[in-house]
Design a protein around this ligand. Structure first.
Ligand code: OAD
Length: 253
């Protein structure tokens, strides 16, 4: 894991920061048992390519299959528990004046851990909208009484789909605008568990750095982001982040 000296150096940067953004990817949920995107898919779904399932075309071709895949993933994340990394981010938010989580994850585990300010760039497995997009904000409880899959929109009768960003779709405009503004104005960007290959999220660390923010990257592997970061803390989020939160607490006295 990252050296104590590096953790202490990161804590000295975090302690005085008045505006912090924590940008997370699938790696932060790895220790909760959620496979990352670059992990091979396991079990039942191993023979399907996520790039085929996570598209509008894929859904239109076989709505039942794509619905079943998302239903499986939703049940997985609902059964999962936030890990020490998610909890440490909540601790940082209690210690520091303004901490916002910007996540690429669709699992809702930051909120489950108690993070209050979370911007979901890629939507959520736990929310649904109609295929036409006119009605959103539904949860599984809204279609619990329907036997058919996919269920239908309670408002317009169209098919329901998960409210996630599929390949080829735009990110939710307001969420992206807010995340971009925050990254452009923060003192410190803490990046955790992202391979940094999927844009526009992957562009946020560079944007923050050009605007003068100090960028820290936490990852067990030296990924795309690490080269651009001011400090690379090597190790799993579930170990590095609690050590970092504790070091910030000590630094603040
Ligand atoms: P990836 O699966 O691309 O990358 C996961 C990252 O987590 C890798 O850099 C791993 O080294 C790192 N990692 C693994 N275990 C970790 C741990 N215990 N702690 C910290 N990091 C760990 O996931 P994302 O970067 O999130 O987009 O992928 C970005 C986007 O690509 C996803 O949001 C998804 C996908 O296409 C959409 O669905 C729109």
């Amino acid at each position: 894991m990252a050296m104590q000296d590096d953790i202490a150096a990161a804590a000295r940067r975090l302690a005085p920061a008045t505006s912090v953004v924590v940008l997370t990817g699938a790696g932060v949920s790895r220790e909760s048992g959620i496979p990352t995107f670059r992990d091979v898919q396991t079990g039942l779904w191993a023979r399907y390519d996520p790039a085929q399932l996570a598209t509008r075309g894929g859904f239109l071709r076989d709505p039942q299959l794509v619905w079943a895949w998302y239903d499986y993933r939703r049940r997985m994340v609902e059964a999962a528990e936030p890990n020490a990394g998610h909890h440490a981010i909540v601790t940082l938010a209690r210690l520091l004046p303004a901490v916002t989580v910007v996540t690429q994850n669709v699992d809702g585990l930051h909120q489950a851990a108690g993070s209050l300010r979370v911007l979901e760039l890629h939507g959520s497995l736990r929310r649904f909208k109609c295929l036409g997009g006119g009605h959103d904000g539904f949860t599984a409880a809204d279609f619990a009484g329907q036997a058919e899959t996919p269920p239908h929109c309670p408002a317009c009768g169209d098919l329901l789909r998960p409210d996630v960003v599929w390949f080829g779709e735009m990110l939710p405009e307001e969420v992206l605008a807010e995340a971009t503004a925050l990254c452009g104005a923060c003192d410190l960007l803490l990046v955790v568990g992202t391979s940094g290959v999927v844009y526009p999220a992957a562009g946020l660390p560079g944007l923050a750095r050009r605007a003068g923010a100090y960028v820290i990257d936490v990852n067990p592997q030296r990924d795309e982001i690490a080269g651009d970061a001011d400090l690379f803390l090597q190790g799993p989020g579930g170990e590095v982040l609690p050590a970092l939160a504790e070091a910030v607490r000590r630094t603040l006295g």
